[in-house]
Design a protein around this ligand. Structure first.
Ligand code: ATP
Length: 225
């Protein structure tokens, strides 16, 4: 079980990361971001932007999906994570909860929640006493009341000292929880900044409203840098 690091310990550091699937499909290009110790950081973006790929690179599960880091790197504290070794990531204190809809295949998310599936998946992850929890779209497909409950759970987890890297398409929920946020668009970080400031930008409000879902317009640099 990982020991508790000092407050000033470096946490997750992703540096100019390139990830490719099957040697051909470039899924991430020069992606850099940090998750400070004990922080909540949101990662937003449309379908296919590369959010799950980034979590896989951090949790060491890329190889299971025929993906590989081709440039740059991931560190958690003093540990270099190479995207290939989930055990190394867990030993370093980094644990991933898979996307909500994949907890129990064959059940809807609502059915999963009723069956306790989502709570069980998060509970299992917490048994590893993570320093950093990677949460992949926990609100996917949920009714608004359930989204609120998920937000409470994330707050509780974070209040216990666990940092969270939160992948969400529900930007409103994610930005209300996070201190900082990054917006991925087609494999690249297009916006980064203070979560409250990003929530006020036109570009993120359009994303929250789903107006970039068809790819029209996208994040064209308006709003926060
Ligand atoms: P979503 O919200 O739909 O989950 P995402 O932002 O998490 O999207 P990724 O799943 O990381 O995006 O996908 C990024 C890109 O990599 C997409 O073009 C996707 O088709 C591709 N991709 C993802 N997994 C694989 C894989 N195992 N093999 C080949 N390509 C993949």
């Amino acid at each position: 079980m990982p020991s508790v690091p000092p407050d000033d310990a470096p946490a997750l550091h992703v540096e100019k990361l390139d990830v490719t699937y099957g040697r051909a499909l470039s899924a991430l290009r020069s992606v850099s971001l940090d998750v400070p110790h004990g922080a909540v950081v949101a990662l937003l973006g449309a379908n296919g932007a590369g959010k799950t790929t980034l979590l896989r690179a951090v949790s060491g599960t890329l190889r299971l999906h025929r993906g590989a880091i081709t440039a740059g790197g991931v560190r958690y504290g003093d540990t270099a994570l190479d995207g290939r070794d989930p055990v190394a990531a867990v030993r370093a204190g980094v644990v991933q909860v898979p996307e909500g809809r994949r907890v129990f295949a064959g059940l809807t998310v609502d059915e999963n929640l009723r069956a306790g599936g989502l709570g069980l998946a998060i509970g299992r992850a917490l048994m590893a006493a993570p320093r950093l929890l990677l949460l992949d779209e926990p609100s996917l497909g949920l009714a608004p009341m359930m989204v609120g409950r998920i937000a409470e759970v994330v707050r509780e987890i974070n209040a216990g000292g666990t940092a969270v890297l939160l992948v969400e398409q529900n930007a409103g929920m994610a930005l209300s929880l996070a201190e900082r946020a990054h917006v991925l668009e087609v494999g690249e970080v297009r916006l980064s900044g203070d979560a409250a400031e990003l929530a006020r930008t036109d570009a993120v409000r359009r994303l929250y409203l789903g107006e970039t879902a068809d790819g029209a317009g996208g994040l064209d640099g308006r709003g926060a840098a």
